[in-house]
Design a protein around this ligand. Structure first.
Ligand code: NIG
Ligand code: FE
Length: 411
């Protein structure tokens, strides 16, 4: 893939381009299609015969056998984490409750201890390995949250590791999010509001000034932070020009979806527990719902109200939530399979939710998530003949070739 100009031809090119979608073809599929790439950018997409016919001589052609899609975009991960929660898994398999384990000083705070003990170099090395595995699964863009440092220096180290990995073009693209309110660290002695104030007034401006994050996130839930704890943080984020995404309604509807709408968040994530008012608020502000089926599977929860979200016109995103507690995996394709099987999303909803709609929530709609001229040549050639095969729970890499900006990430 090193040549500056080449064409990929495939029996089925899934463009996800709204300019190509029609009733009955929500994915804008080009059969017997071709994608012309030049200097890392998509120059043309179309029928193979037309595209090759207009290319008078000399262009290198890579014929692939399976379906071709845009590179997958994972819009919710906690990728820069360290350590292992294997002891907790054993407790949970024996019936232990996730929130109770966290309340007793396990959960997020146990990963905090591993992160606090890690240098930027160690964080970055672990993150890079994780990102390489994600790339083998077809993922070319990853949103990466901090949130396991729980003090300013450690949160910064997590985000510096993301910045470091983000400079490496042989890895998926990275979008850094400061997960500012995730849990209360032991030294705050349970004083949530004082902790939240310090994060909003001191840590966030410093982290933003260092250019370490594009989004701010908070875990707004019954055993986490309240709407009142979180509002000053989001107001400050808005003043600093940062985007907002929220962990909303994973365990209880405490008004997080309405809060996400109030601040015009890019997405409200989880939403296993959201009522009609929250759904209406999301729809009115065009806030996407980022669905995280691996987390609800791990926690044995019922799915979010997908039919109501869809009926209200809330854009649907599917993400991995890769984290050591509730989604101990790195596989967006597995999340896609579960979104179809457990949540009842259509194949098209799943694919758009892991490409175009995900990119939109990351502010990257002008560069990735769709196969269209002018966008980055981030694409995947799958060892699978059809998109219906793509959303099955293979649990192993089924990519033949994964490109970021026209260059090979995996394959
Ligand atoms: O998205 N719920 C909050 N945060 C993560 C889990 C964090 C953890 O258990 O380490 C989530 O599910
Ligand atoms: Fe999460």
């Amino acid at each position: 893939m090193s040549a500056a100009r080449f064409v990929i031809v495939a029996p089925r090119v899934i463009t996800c381009d709204p300019a190509r979608t029609r009733p009955g073809d929500p994915l804008g599929v080009v059969e017997d299609g071709a994608v012309l790439v030049e200097d890392g950018v998509i120059r043309a997409v179309g029928a193979r015969a037309e595209l090759l016919g207009s290319e008078a001589g000399g262009v290198r052609v890579h014929a692939v056998e399976g379906v071709v899609t845009p590179g997958l975009v994972d819009a919710h991960t906690h990728a820069p984490w360290m350590g292992s929660r294997d002891a907790e898994y054993a407790v949970r398999l024996a019936g232990g409750d996730y929130e109770a384990i966290a309340a007793a000083g396990g959960g997020i705070v146990s990963t905090m201890r591993a992160v606090r003990a890690s240098s930027v170099e160690a964080l970055s090395a672990t993150l890079v390995e994780r990102l390489r595995r994600m790339a083998t699964l077809g993922v070319t863009t990853v949103e990466a949250k901090s949130g396991y440092g729980l003090d300013e220096a450690s949160e910064r180290r997590q985000l510096e590791a993301v910045a470091e990995a983000g400079r490496d073009a042989s890895l998926p693209r990275l979008v850094p999010t400061y997960l500012a309110l995730h849990a209360v660290p032991p030294e705050a002695h349970g004083d949530r509001s004082a902790y939240a104030r310090q994060v909003a007034e001191r840590w966030l401006p410093a982290i933003a000034a260092a250019g370490l994050c594009r989004y701010v996130d908070a875990y707004v839930d019954r055993s986490a932070f309240s709407v009142e704890d979180t509002r000053p943080l989001l107001a400050r984020a808005r003043d600093l020009g940062l985007g907002v995404r929220l962990h909303a309604g994973q365990f209880a509807d405490v008004g997080a979806a309405e809060l996400a709408a109030e601040f015009g968040a890019a997405s409200a994530d989880h939403l296993e527990q959201v009522g009609p008012a929250g759904i209406e608020a999301l729809a009115a502000r065009g806030v996407a719902a980022a669905l995280l089926p691996l987390a609800s599977f791990t926690l044995r929860q019922a799915p979010p109200p997908v039919d109501a979200l869809r009926a209200a016109g809330v854009p649907l995103v599917v993400a991995s939530d890769a984290n050591p507690g509730t989604a101990p995996t790195e596989s967006l394709p597995l999340a896609m399979a579960f979104a179809a099987r457990l949540y009842g999303l259509t194949v098209a909803e799943v694919l758009l939710g892991a490409t175009r709609e995900a990119a939109r929530t990351l502010g990257l709609e002008a560069s990735v998530g769709v196969l269209r001229p002018g966008l980055q040549a981030d694409l995947v050639a799958w060892d699978l003949p059809h998109e219906n095969a793509l959303i099955q729970p293979w649990g192993c890499p089924r990519t033949r070739m994964v490109l970021r900006g026209g260059a090979l990430l995996s394959g």
